[in-house]
Design a protein around this ligand. Structure first.
Ligand code: NAP
Length: 551
């Protein structure tokens, strides 16, 4: 099902107002807004087409955990009315079709260059311009750079000894072959039990001769209850989009989760279990909205965790296997909660094995498979569902150099530092869409992407109006924001989990809680207030070289 819509490479200008890195939903909308301002812009992406995460993550069962009616652009009434989703939770092929539809509608591809990796972006203090280079030999000077590089785009392969010696095929879920993979008759090893694994394991197990899952940390997963999109349900959203989108923007996670404003700790049984049962029956990530104290209070969280463990014990017939699958290492929700279709039931299949690698880690890849705890497991194919260098990886790997020759990787050595997750001091005119320090991965990404793109667009219009073209957060504002991000995280249970939110999945990565958990509604208000106060905390300098059209 290749969806790549490869554009022949046309010439790249040498001077431009804005370079955008990434042609996912962030980069696409950014380009559209910049055109509206009359700014010249170009988008680079290593992919062969638009779609970002949905271009790469084509593994079997890949599907969005946010309902289709909410996981779409809201900026265009025409787009949200004309697109028809076929399922309540859309699968990857359909979301990629949607991205391509938007690219067609807005004629975006003429300003995009695919199969092109940005290898370097260097700020020249004398001219206050960014010099951007690519692996296709492009060299372009831009006033502004917008990093729309995604939070989960730098795939991570464990550095197992012997990897190159394996005689079979290896796959990473985040770099799945476009032509698909036929596992029929094959013995497959799957490493990992995060969201990608939990979605793909049931589909692979239904096709392969045998599947062995290597689990280091079990995860909590909630059934999605996905199904065909009921026409009346879709229409109810379309009729009420304006109000519902506004509500989502003001909510905690950017999703209408109908939160129950009642603490679990003060709710007696059997009412508490009845509420969990209702959430379990309706399915999806909104399970965590069953009570208002689940991410703040360990005792409350324990009740939700035990409820889900009870469900796992009911679903998985072998009691020892059920215990292995029941998470106890972290509070529920503090690692990204998973959403599945028949994940736990898959472990009742005769062709599925589960190997605990917590205490006896994977030692090596051998020519025939994997060696774990001194035992050899033979495979024809190995699937690495081993995740990403999340939130910072795509940015720190890019060769971004700011004032004084400091690289972003150096600046963020002890963890990412930003003001609002939008900019970082020492790197003027470099904006991040859903950067660390913003709600990003703790929210409906579409809502957070649109908010950042709108804020950046309004900001560039403001700079032009003020006749300045250099902007950078002050160190003091950045330090205050970083402290605030940490303080808010510390009021929750999140820092108790060794999660990728904390950088804990990458050896040597500093343990810092990277996203902002203050809620998308409150965060949006903060961003708007800062803009209304003349971009308080930012330093604006320089005569404008860029003119923008009146909005
Ligand atoms: P992930 O959540 O980071 O999971 C990686 C898995 O690989 C973990 O189970 C991890 O174990 C395991 N692992 C890594 N290295 C290992 C090793 N050396 N030995 C054994 N196990 C190892 O990655 P992901 O599943 O790709 O998901 C990442 C994020 O992408 C999700 O949390 C979610 O935000 C997003 N996502 C969303 C959707 C959706 O919306 N439907 C779908 C997929 C992904 P440990 O836990 O012990 O480190």
């Amino acid at each position: 099902m290749p969806q790549a819509t490869e554009t022949p490479r046309t010439a790249v200008p040498q001077e431009i107002d804005v370079v955008i890195v990434g042609a996912g939903f962030g980069g696409m909308y950014m380009l559209h807004r910049l055109r509206g301002l009359g700014l010249s812009a170009i988008v680079f992406d290593t992919a062969g087409g638009v779609g970002g995460t949905w271009y790469w993550n084509r593994y079997p069962g890949a599907r969005c955990d946010v309902e289709s009616m909410q996981y779409s652009y809201s900026f265009s009434e025409q787009l949200q009315q004309e697109w028809q989703w076929s399922e309540v939770f859309a699968g990857q092929p359909e979301i990629l079709r949607y991205a391509n539809h938007v690219a067609d509608r807005l004629d975006l591809r003429r300003d995009m260059r695919f199969e092109t990796r940005v290898t370097e972006a260097v700020f020249d203090e004398a001219t206050r311009r960014w010099s951007v280079r690519t692996d296709r030999g492009d060299a372009i000077r831009a006033t502004y750079c917008v990093m729309a590089t995604g939070c989960l785009s730098a795939a991570r392969m464990p550095d197992f000894a012997g990897l190159a010696s394996f005689k079979g095929s290896t796959y990473h879920t985040g770099h799945w072959p476009h032509e698909g993979v036929d596992f029929s008759g094959l013995r497959v090893g799957v490493i990992g039990t995060g969201s990608s694994a939990i979605q793909s394991i049931p589909v692979i197990a239904a096709q392969a001769a045998h599947v062995t899952v290597f689990q280091r940390t079990p995860n909590f997963s909630i059934p999605s209850r996905n199904g065909p999109m009921p026409d009346a349900y879709a229409q109810s959203w379309k009729d009420d989009y304006i109000a519902r989108r506004a509500e989502a923007r003001a909510s905690r996670n950017g999703i209408l989760a109908y939160p129950n404003d009642q603490p679990a700790i003060d709710t007696a049984e059997p009412e508490r279990s009845a509420i969990y049962e209702q959430r379990w029956a309706s399915g999806g990530t909104t399970f965590m909205a069953a009570f208002n104290d689940l991410i703040f209070n360990q005792a409350s969280n324990d009740t939700a965790a035990e409820f889900v463990r009870g469900k796992i014990r009911q679903m998985v017939k072998d009691p020892a296997r059920a215990e292995l699958l029941a998470p106890t290492s972290h509070p529920i929700g503090t690692k990204r909660i998973c959403v599945d279709t028949d994940y736990y039931l898959t472990y009742n299949r005769a062709n599925v094995d589960l190997v605990d690698v917590r205490d006896a880690p994977i030692e090596a890849v051998t020519p025939d498979g994997l060696r774990v705890g001194g035992k050899d497991h033979a495979f024809d194919a190995i699937v690495f569902a081993t995740g990403f260098d999340a939130m910072t990886g795509a940015l720190t790997r890019m060769g971004i150099v700011g004032r004084g020759g400091e690289t972003l990787a150096e600046k963020w050595q002890a963890g990412p530092r930003s003001y609002l997750g939008l900019m970082t001091s020492g790197f003027p005119n470099l904006f991040m869409i859903t950067g660390p320090g913003s709600p990003s991965v703790l929210s409906n990404m579409m809502v957070s992407i649109e908010q950042h793109v709108d804020w950046i667009s309004d900001c560039l219009a403001h700079l032009a109006k003020r006749r300045v073209d250099c902007m950078e957060p002050s160190l003091a504002a950045e330090n205050d924001w970083v402290r605030h991000v940490n303080d808010v995280a510390d009021t929750t249970l999140y820092p108790r989990a060794a999660s990728w939110y904390m950088g804990a999945n990458i050896a040597g990565k500093p343990r810092v809680f990277m996203p902002y958990i203050g809620g998308v509604g409150a965060y949006r208000q903060t961003c708007e207030e800062i803009a209304a106060n003349g971009y308080h905390g930012f330093e604006l300098t320089g005569p404008a070289k860029v003119a923008v059209a009146a909005e």
